[in-house]
Design a protein around this ligand. Structure first.
Ligand code: SAM
Ligand code: MD0
Ligand code: SF4
Length: 352
């Protein structure tokens, strides 16, 4: 039965939510391996042995929101926060580019300072990185008003990332307090209308059930986002969810593999922000084809889910990640290969 669903997906036939539910319900080790090996086959067929690499530049950790799962929620008072200057961000993005990283993910909390004056701070940062560095850019600034998307695109962003976390509406509302479910869903639609590529994402272990996971995967797929992700929730000190029992990575790995076989040509990240470098091999083996959250040491930069893990010891550094990929028989993609990939996808969005 599992084999039939996998074969159906590989042949490009439509797979129902019930069938996705069945795949996400797998617990048997041999069925799990069947799923992962199918995912690798599909990934290698579509992308060969090349893996894209993204550097993570969390440039402002100030946030006006109060998401219950997040370390950086505004009520978490006693944490060290920082805001990088444009010059520092340009320098960080430049060093990522020089090291051979394909994209800089410019990420912030919903920082009122960046949103002031028609989002001047945010737009200046994006256009400075475009003009002075010339690396591909993802903007992850939180939810924006619709009219901002063409401006973000004009400033030079290639991607806009905004994760729904779950398409279970009441669950969303219990996590992203005082935020609109529909508005956050629409972010992805508006971004693509403006010619940006878009990323959606789900979190695992927030209180959702297997059916929620299946529905979220299918909804993310149907919105057409060119990149889709799953990340396991990591409980954060000082938040209402600090005592939640953490999940291991099994459900995330299944989600990665299921997304891969359902949506063979999408980008699907292996985030180093969940288990640090220890999580790289399993996620690549589950069908991921982008490594995200590469963070250079000694720059006072933080992660999100793992704000410290493996950063200052250099394990999330470019060299270390490239070495590990080689050991696994994969290679990091050249930026020229990444840019061609983006250009081929861009034909599908907005007016481009
Ligand atoms: N502030 C922006 C926003 O919320 O869209 C952009 C950055 S936000 C920190 C990026 C994503 O990190 C969230 O959408 C969520 O999926 C993920 N995240 C935050 N806290 C996490 C946690 N404790 N464990 C796992 N993922 C987390
Ligand atoms: C990551 N910590 O890639 C980053 C972050 C935001 N676009 C991405 C969640 O894991
Ligand atoms: Fe702010 Fe994003 Fe964290 Fe929510 S997930 S509190 S919007 S930084």
């Amino acid at each position: 039965m599992i084999s039939d669903i996998i074969a159906k997906a590989e042949n490009g036939s439509e797979v129902s939510v019930d069938e996705v539910f069945e795949l996400m319900s797998i617990t048997d080790a041999s069925e799990m391996e069947e799923l992962f090996s199918a995912a690798r086959r599909v990934r290698d067929r579509n992308f060969g042995k090349k893996i894209f690499t993204y550097g993570f530049v969390y440039f402002s950790t100030y946030c006006k929101n109060n998401c219950s799962f997040c370390y950086y929620r505004c009520s978490n008072n006693n944490i060290g926060r920082y805001r990088k200057s444009v010059e520092e961000i340009v320098q960080l993005a430049g060093s990522l580019k020089d090291a051979g990283i394909n994209l800089a993910d410019l990420t912030m909390g919903e920082d009122p300072k960046m949103y002031a004056d028609g989002y001047k701070g945010l737009l200046d940062i994006i256009s400075s990185v475009r003009d002075e560095v010339g690396i591909s850019i993802m903007a992850s600034p939180g939810a924006l008003p619709r009219e901002m998307f063409p401006k973000v695109r004009e400033a030079g962003a290639d991607w806009y990332a905004c994760y729904q976390e779950t398409y279970n509406r009441p669950l969303f509302e219990s996590l992203r307090l005082d935020q609109s479910f529909d508005d956050r869903r629409n972010q992805k639609v508006w971004a693509r209308e403006a010619g940006l590529l878009a990323e959606d994402g789900m979190m695992i272990g927030l209180g959702e059930d297997v059916r929620d996971r299946a529905e979220t995967i299918v909804t993310m797929g149907s919105l057409g986002c060119e990149q889709i992700r799953a990340m396991t929730f990591v409980p954060q000190e000082g938040t209402p969810m600090q005592d939640h029992t953490p999940y291991d990575s099994t459900e995330e790995l299944k989600a990665i593999a299921v997304m891969r076989i359902l949506y063979p040509d999408r980008l699907i990240p292996c985030s180093l922000d969940v288990e640090g470098i220890a999580g790289l091999k399993t996620r690549i083996a589950a069908g991921a084809n982008v490594i995200t959250s590469i963070v250079p040491p000694n720059q006072n930069l933080a992660g999100v889910a793992q704000h410290e893990l493996d950063i200052e010891n250099g394990n999330r550094s470019v060299d270390h990640v490239f070495e590990m990929l080689d050991e696994m028989g994969y290679r990091h993609a050249e930026s020229s290969e990444y840019v061609s990939f983006l250009n081929s996808r861009r034909a599908g969005v907005g007016g481009a």
